[in-house]
Design a protein around this ligand. Structure first.
Ligand code: PAF
Length: 285
């Protein structure tokens, strides 16, 4: 197994990566907030195949959590993460402190456009401003050839793809499919906050989305599909609906006539945590 280098400062990371880049090595980047699971490890697996050096960051980014959200409760386990990162083949693990990433607040905000108007952008105001801020900083620090993002966070991925295109950022975004438990629940660091009963019910989310996909194929109206997906989740779990929305993907507009793919995305609140999931459906038959 290759040796993992753990780095906490930007200066050290850039000095190390400068050496790799001078030798002509390509860099793949997996940004995370830690508490790693198979979803993250699948990002690493993709990065490992396409690059000489794989860098993972672990940073629970305060800028993307709103007041009253789960920043403090977000699960953290640096030692376990380092072990999993080593096994997965990460070369460099970047674990900065909040002070290293945000030494002072300059007040500059990056505002996402219309893709942030719905879904998590609507129910977590400012969330994607914070995501874009940290992602831009991380891209500038790591300067990766390829950057890997999971489809479970489909809205985040769509916004970051637009950000990279609109601002000519020099990295290629690679979409990686959602990894699921055997019963269909999307892998998420937040799943540890489900009670035993909630864990048994949570696969209803993916079942509801699959049902939604069948209703899209049958040509039902959008609001009826959204209602039936919500009803299924409410009938089969104790979760309450934050949103269920059917939109064009990746534009994330309500107008779906000229799109080749639609997304049904949902967020469901359980007692201690809020889970998101989605399904993407081709409209071309
Ligand atoms: O998807 C995540 O884990 C985070 O939003 C990211 C991209 C690492 C930015 O903090």
């Amino acid at each position: 197994m290759a040796k993992l280098t753990i780095i906490h400062t930007i200066q050290e990371l850039q000095a190390l990566l400068d050496r790799n880049k001078r030798q002509g090595q390509t860099v793949g980047f997996v940004p995370t907030m830690g508490f790693l699971h198979e979803g993250h490890l699948s990002l690493v697996e993709h990065a490992r195949k396409q690059n000489d050096v794989v860098v993972m960051s672990i940073f629970v980014n305060p800028a993307q959590f709103g007041p009253g959200e789960d920043f403090d409760a977000y699960p953290r386990d640096a030692e376990r993460d380092a072990g999993l990162a080593t096994e997965a083949g990460v070369d460099i693990l970047f674990m900065p402190t909040p002070e290293e990433m945000y030494p002072q607040e300059g007040g500059i905000r990056i505002l996402p456009g219309s893709q942030a108007a719905e879904l998590c952008g609507a129910s977590r105001p400012g969330h994607f401003d914070g995501v874009l801020k940290v992602v831009l900083k991380l891209f500038n620090i790591v300067d990766p050839d390829h950057s890997y993002f999971g489809m479970k966070d489909a809205q985040q991925l769509a916004i970051i793809e637009t950000f990279v295109r609109d601002f000519n950022l020099r990295t290629t975004i690679v979409r990686v499919p959602t990894v699921r438990e055997q019963d269909g629940l999307a892998k998420s660091s937040r799943n540890v906050h489900l009670s035993e009963d909630e864990r048994k019910e949570a696969p209803a989310i993916q079942q509801a989305l699959q049902k939604g996909a069948r209703l899209v194929a049958e040509g039902l109206p959008i609001d009826e599909i959204e209602q039936q997906v919500s009803d299924y989740i409410v009938a089969n779990s104790s979760g309450s609906i934050d949103y269920v929305s059917l939109l064009a993907y990746p534009a994330l507009t309500k107008a779906i006539d000229n799109t080749s793919e639609v997304i049904i995305a949902c967020a469901v609140k359980f007692e201690k945590t809020r889970l998101i999931d989605n399904i993407i459906i081709s409209t071309k038959g």
